[in-house]
Design a protein around this ligand. Structure first.
Ligand SMILES: Nc1ncnc2c1ncn2[C@@H]1O[C@H](COP(=O)(O)OP(=O)(O)OP(=O)(O)O)[C@@H](O)[C@H]1O
Ligand SMILES: [Mg+2]
Length: 272
């Protein structure tokens, strides 16, 4: 990832739970900055990097990610005390994402998605265990008639419990509430195309993008590279078969037989 430095804090994005900021940088670009001092913590930023860079390499659209150096001094004009505290806690390295001007939030009732694209996105979300793409909160933007994926901070939840991470590889993915569930996602084709591409070399390339700063001092690991290998191991194991464990429709409630008393009562009524 390239590195840029913030020069002007423009505005907070209050619709996001972590209150990202729109910040201009020294390369004249405008970025959405996810702050390292937010309650979600640095692991949310690691998840953004891994999921975002993986999605991009699988041909999905994700805004460019950058290392974003932020000096809280440039945010001193922000009047809201809570945001002021967030900025003060975020001096140094943060995550920047190219700001897509004029992008609209995805609305599944207005925008049509082809089943091939829906399948690739659902398969990818299953791979990284993304629970944050429901129709209530789609975390997709429509920009120049295309679908762009954002907000992967809540994926890869296995990194909150490394001891159980290997079992995470076999977990099913519940896509019943997924924002794209109604577009007949073609999971089979997506899995056939994408699963073989998620190999060791690709995953190494992806984890190499994570800044060391966000991996140091991870309990149970000797250093950042060991943590990178752990992410690669889980994702590699999951990629092979996750397509078979995507649940698109809620399980049909098994029809229970009516109790004996009800049946005799109904039959008695019918006989009258
Ligand atoms: N690259 C971008 N370009 C334009 N707008 C963006 C971009 N990234 C985010 N936004 C806007 O900011 C909002 C918040 O971003 P995001 O969902 O990533 O933040 P969050 O704090 O993780 O939110 P959540 O509450 O969903 O966890 C988005 O819903 C979208 O409207
Ligand atoms: Mg969001």
């Amino acid at each position: 990832m390239e590195e840029v430095t913030g020069i002007r804090y423009v505005t907070p994005l209050r619709e996001g739970g972590s209150v990202p900021g729109v910040v201009e940088a020294d390369d004249l670009g405008t970025y959405v900055v996810k702050f390292v001092g937010a309650a979600q913590g640095r692991k949310a930023l690691v998840a953004e990097v891994i999921a975002g860079e993986l999605a991009r390499r699988l041909g999905l659209r994700v805004p460019l990610l950058v290392r974003f150096q932020f000096d809280p001094v440039i945010g001193l004009g922000e009047p809201d005390q809570e945001i002021q505290d967030l900025l003060k806690a975020s001096g140094g390295l943060n995550l920047g994402m190219d700001f897509l001007p004029g992008a609209l939030g995805f609305d599944p009732l207005v925008f049509e998605v082809e089943s091939a694209e829906a399948g690739r996105i659902v398969w990818f979300d299953a791979l990284v265990g993304n629970v944050d793409r429901s129709w209530r909160n789609p975390n997709m933007l429509v920009w120049h008639q295309d679908l762009w994926l954002i907000d992967h901070g809540a994926s890869l939840i296995f990194h909150h419990n490394w001891k159980g991470a290997d079992q995470a590889a076999d977990k099913p993915y519940d896509a019943a509430d997924h924002a794209l569930a109604r577009f007949a996602p073609d999971i089979e084709s997506a899995a056939r195309d994408l699963a073989p591409r998620v190999d060791e070399a690709l995953l190494r390339e992806v984890t190499a993008q994570i800044p060391d700063e966000w991996l140091v001092d991870e309990p149970g690991f000797a250093g950042p590279d060991e943590v990178r290998r752990a992410y690669e191991r889980v994702l590699l194991a999951r990629a092979g078969t996750v397509g078979e464990r995507i649940v698109l429709a809620p399980k049909q409630q098994e029809k229970q037989a009516p109790p004996e008393w009800l049946r005799t009562w109904v039959e008695g009524k019918a006989a009258k």
